[in-house]
Design a binder for this molecule. Structure first.
Ligand code: FAD
Length: 477
């Protein structure tokens, strides 16, 4: 017989959606439990996504700068600058451990009950939790959690490529790419989206020859076209090879190498590629395996996403869904916002996520960040707009940092001059985009932004100047 427990709210999944929802719910006075089959909290993001990738990106960037950029900065390094792969990976693992452990501490501090085990629907008001072998701290016995409310936050998994077998050694997903023990001489990547280009950046800096094969004629999927072209140019300069408008026909491991057959979509021209490691990065898909939502007849769309209304409700108003497993961009901060809003709906009957204001960031160097509409979207929507641009070449802080690639591009409504979109390719773009988000949320015009005093010398002055350029003229360019 299963042990029985009762809670106001049970959340399945402790990723950015689930763990944030759990803490918020506890803060709002709910008796809340969170169920996680991985053991370690933090989901994809902290364990095999955002966090480990950023650790590798940061340290590979430092290495690259020391190795190739130090002399001109007046730093002579006597002796070789070399990568110690074991320590490089260990440094990443240390941050992951600290941050995932931190969530468990936050659970304790806020009074969230944490069940490490596999959750599945027993009924519309109960979740059965099964022990999971091999995870530290797994519950010992099957436990039945009865709950007034349930939030599904089970996230996503790597989308497989038909016919290509991932062994996480020579043919890897992003998870395997985060764990490589050696720097491959040749790294081929299927998919020129953010994840592929970030992992490509890591290994390119460490010395790999990176080839990206992308079906679309551009990289960066939803990036503004001009920004995507500029970014591609920068990555090319760093040594990336791009095969755009090209589809992968097959890929096979042969001993220690991978043979890849590709075909140009337009011309039909075929080509054979060879790589030491192939990264398959064609996207992620919603994950509901083992959850038994079929038993409740929860609706799933063609792309595998759990279907919800605008208050995150399934056909049962007490069963809500948030994060990667449902609609919207698969981003950690989007899942977090939904976690907060879903819990606020439960408590107050209202919550808020502005889907028109969710930033995207690619943590390459230079970084790429955008929020709001792209030029292509504005054209499609028939909205008249004006553009303001400012290059980092003319920004004093970028100059002092000897890091001047890229620009800020601002799109404003032609008539009202209200900010519609911001697109930045440049140093620290990911930090700077927050200012654009704030402006967008509060309906600021380019002049509103340009009249705000920005500290000098900072990169964010480029954002101010681009706004100035959008409705008038920039000062420094
Ligand atoms: P997840 O984080 O996927 O969490 C879901 C959790 O539910 C998992 O831990 C899973 O084990 C658990 N679970 C599933 N089913 C069950 C069950 N039946 N019982 C118990 N537990 C269950 N996003 C960004 O915003 N910025 C980035 O820089 C970024 N970088 C990324 C880099 C990589 C390499 C990858 C792969 C992803 C990256 N993402 C990034 C995306 C980000 O990781 C996801 O959008 C985010 O983790 C989604 O959060 P979530 O809570 O919806 O789901």
């Amino acid at each position: 017989l299963a042990a029985k427990k009762q809670h106001d709210l049970v959340i399945v999944g402790a990723g950015p959606g689930g763990y944030v929802a759990a803490i918020k719910a506890a803060q709002l006075g709910f008796d809340v439990a969170c169920v996680e089959k991985r053991g370690r909290a933090g989901g994809t993001c902290l364990n095999v996504g955002c966090i480990p990738s950023k650790a590798l990106l940061n340290n590979s960037h430092l290495y690259h700068q020391m190795k190739h950029d130090s002399k001109q900065r007046g730093i002579d390094i006597n002796g070789d600058v070399a990568i110690n792969m074991a320590q490089f990976q260990k440094a990443k693992d240390t941050c992951v451990k600290q941050l995932t452990g931190g969530i468990e501490m936050l659970f304790k501090k806020n009074g969230v009950t944490y069940y490490k085990g596999l959750g599945s629907f027993e009924s519309e008001n109960s979740i059965k939790v099964l022990p999971v072998e091999g995870i530290e701290g797994s519950i010992k016995e099957e436990t039945l959690l009865e709950a007034k409310n349930i939030i599904i936050a089970t996230g996503s998994e790597v989308t497989p490529f038909p016919g290509i077998k991932i062994d996480e050694e020579r043919i890897v997903s992003s998870t395997g790419a985060l764990e490589l023990k050696e720097v491959p001489n040749r790294l081929a990547i299927i998919g020129g989206g953010i994840i592929g280009l970030e992992m490509g950046s890591v290994y390119s800096r460490l010395g790999s020859k990176v080839t990206v094969v992308e079906f679309q004629p551009k990289i960066g999927a939803t990036m503004d076209n001009e920004v995507a072209t500029t970014t591609q140019k920068f990555l090319k300069k760093q040594g990336f090879d791009f095969k755009l408008g090209t589809k992968v026909v097959s890929a096979e491991r042969n001993g220690e190498i991978v043979n890849i057959e590709v075909e140009n979509v337009k011309s039909g021209k075929k080509e054979s590629l060879e790589a030491d490691v192939l990264l398959v990065a064609v996207g992620r898909r919603p994950y509901v395996q083992g959850l038994n939502c079929e038993a409740l007849g929860l609706e799933v769309d063609k792309r595998g996403r759990l279907v919800i209304d605008e208050q995150f409700n399934t056909k049962y108003p007490h069963i809500k869904v948030i994060g990667d497993v449902t609609f919207g961009p698969m981003l950690a901060h989007k899942a977090e916002e939904e976690g907060i809003a879903a819990v606020e709906y439960l408590k107050h009957g209202h919550g808020h996520v502005n889907y028109a204001n969710i930033p995207s960031v690619m943590y390459s160097h230079p970084e790429v960040a955008w929020v709001g509409k792209t030029e292509e979207q504005l054209k499609e929507d028939g909205i008249s707009y004006k553009i303001g641009k400012f290059p980092f070449m003319a920004n004093s802080r970028a100059k002092t940092n000897m890091d001047t690639e890229g620009f800020v591009k601002i799109l404003i409504d032609a008539e009202t001059e209200r900010l519609l979109g911001a697109h930045i390719v440049g140093p620290n773009a990911g930090e700077m985009i927050a200012e654009a988000g704030l402006a967008l949320e509060y309906g600021a015009s380019a002049e509103d932004i340009a009249r705000v005093c920005h500290a000098h010398p900072t990169l964010s002055e480029a954002f101010k100047e681009a706004n100035l350029a959008a409705f008038s003229k920039s000062i420094n360019f």
